[in-house]
Design a binder for this molecule. Structure first.
Ligand SMILES: [Zn+2]
Length: 466
């Protein structure tokens, strides 16, 4: 999928790079840049230092992309029976490589047991696995039986080795302790799962949710440590409740109905931002249209054979509402196809009202995969963001959200993490699918393909609003 180009250069002269300035919204004429020890030292330099060099021949040097919402360790296993094999570890590494090959230099992982994730981070840092920088939530805060209801805390001896996927504090004091515990293990964000709407939408069932006092304690403890609190939601009633708390973002979108103007205004006034993850919503709405990709040779690079078999089976069930899995989460995701209009409309209305949106795909949530962030930018553009706004949502602004202000802008003093692409994304966002080189903290990589896979072969990349 991707190969390393030599070692990390101590000092490197980049020639003929057209730099994408995401602050001004301009693409520069070809220029020279010096990077040193992984840091951008001199953009637009006239110097000819005696050091290694790379000639980009007029390609676009964009800040490396940041995906604000992924599950990078996912083996795409939802509802697969039996015990997952060792191949799941290999799948995690494939996800990391495919993410980097797509020009994504940093991701925010929203639900992986922290100790497993730390092991993968160490492999990436030591150069044993090619992958992006990973900011981690290290699990999700909820309550017993609360969203994600299919996930429960694991037995304590296992949790001591892996970290927990789910934290169910019973008191505010315990909530605070758990936030501190995760922070000390390297969590960079706190994720809360909050949806009281049954996933099947139709059966009238509701789920319990974390109590108000525990949620408040989570927010306070996280903010004391400088961590943002990001909350999964789907239901209008939950949204109206959640924006009264000191949370930072709402993830995904409201899909049970179109929000009223007053509600949109309330979100705006709350200061809460949104990571709409249109990619996962779109993929859930019409997963059967991804079958072409699953049958392609590129899919064999993306997935371990076991994962590919499972995904192909899942895909085949997508339009069949009679199967046994309808009562499980697949039933929910398929039901989602009827909700996507509302979700898209709400996202567009929130954006038009001035609510800040960030780019995230939910890669790893079974039906969305590494490399789809470029399509997410196209989707954000389709609901009204300009190409520059969409790019900023995955670069400069995303960097602020995930707590990596050294990323997201090509500027002296920032980290040398780029995606080198063909074409001007301000004219056509699909330029981000033509990744020629990726540079992460001064280390250069060459993707093995000139073009990212077409995940929607024969179909439109984005859902059409009706
Ligand atoms: Zn997610």
């Amino acid at each position: 999928m991707i190969k390393k180009l030599g070692k990390a250069f101590n000092r490197l002269l980049i020639k003929n790079a057209r730099v994408l300035d995401v602050e001004k919204g301009e693409l520069s004429p070809p220029q020279k840049i010096i990077i040193e020890k992984g840091i951008i030292r001199e953009t637009g330099t006239e110097a000819e230092p005696d050091c290694d060099s790379i000639d980009l021949d007029g390609l676009t040097l964009s800040p490396g992309l940041i995906d604000c919402h992924v599950h990078i360790l996912s083996p795409y296993l939802t509802e697969q029976k039996g015990i997952p094999g060792l191949w799941t570890l290999k799948q995690m590494e494939r996800n990391c490589r495919a993410t980097l090959a797509a020009g994504v230099v940093c991701v925010c992982d929203m639900l992986s047991p922290i100790k497993i994730l730390n092991r993968v981070r160490r492999k990436i840092e030591s150069g044993n696995v090619d992958g992006p920088d990973i900011i981690a939530s290290g699990g999700i805060f909820s309550c017993a039986g609360g969203y994600p209801e299919a996930i429960s805390p694991v037995a304590a001896p296992i949790g001591a080795v892996t970290g927990q996927p789910k934290y169910e504090p019973r008191t505010p004091a315990q909530a605070k302790r758990l936030v501190n515990y995760l922070y000390n293990l390297g969590a960079g964000v706190i994720k809360v799962g909050y949806t009281r709407l049954s996933r099947q939408l139709v059966d009238g069932r509701t789920l319990p949710a974390i109590s108000d006092e525990n949620l408040r304690a989570v927010c306070n403890a996280a903010h004391e440590l400088g961590l943002k609190v990001r909350v999964h939601h789907n239901w209008s009633e939950d949204m109206n409740h959640l924006i009264t708390f000191d949370i930072d973002t709402l993830e995904h979108g409201v899909y049970d109905r179109t929000l009223l103007d007053e509600e949109i205004q309330d979100v705006k006034e709350s200061g809460v931002s949104i990571v709409p993850t249109l990619t996962i919503n779109d993929s859930q709405a019409r997963f059967e249209e991804k079958l072409g990709f699953l049958k392609s040779n590129r899919a064999k690079e993306y997935f371990e054979p076991e994962a590919l078999r499972h995904l192909t089976w899942v895909c085949s069930t997508w339009t069949d509402f009679s199967g046994e899995s309808y009562g499980g989460s697949f039933g929910y995701t398929r039901a989602n196809r009827y909700c996507y209009d509302a979700e898209l409309n709400n996202t567009r209305n929130l954006f038009e009202a001035g609510v800040k949106l960030y780019a995230g795909t939910d890669t790893g949530a079974v039906v969305a995969w590494p490399g789809e962030l470029a399509d997410e930018l196209i989707r954000l553009n389709s609901i009204g963001m300009s190409p520059l706004q969409a790019v900023r949502a995955a670069t400069a602004e995303a960097a602020e959200l995930v707590g990596r202000p050294d990323l997201g802008i090509v500027k002296n003093g920032k980290t040398a993490s780029f995606t080198v692409i063909e074409g001007n994304p301000l004219d056509d966002l699909s330029a981000y699918k033509k990744v020629r080189y990726v540079c992460k903290s001064g280390k250069w990589y060459k993707p093995l393909h000139d073009q990212l896979p077409d995940f929607w072969s024969g179909y439109d990349v984005h859902f059409k609003l009706r």
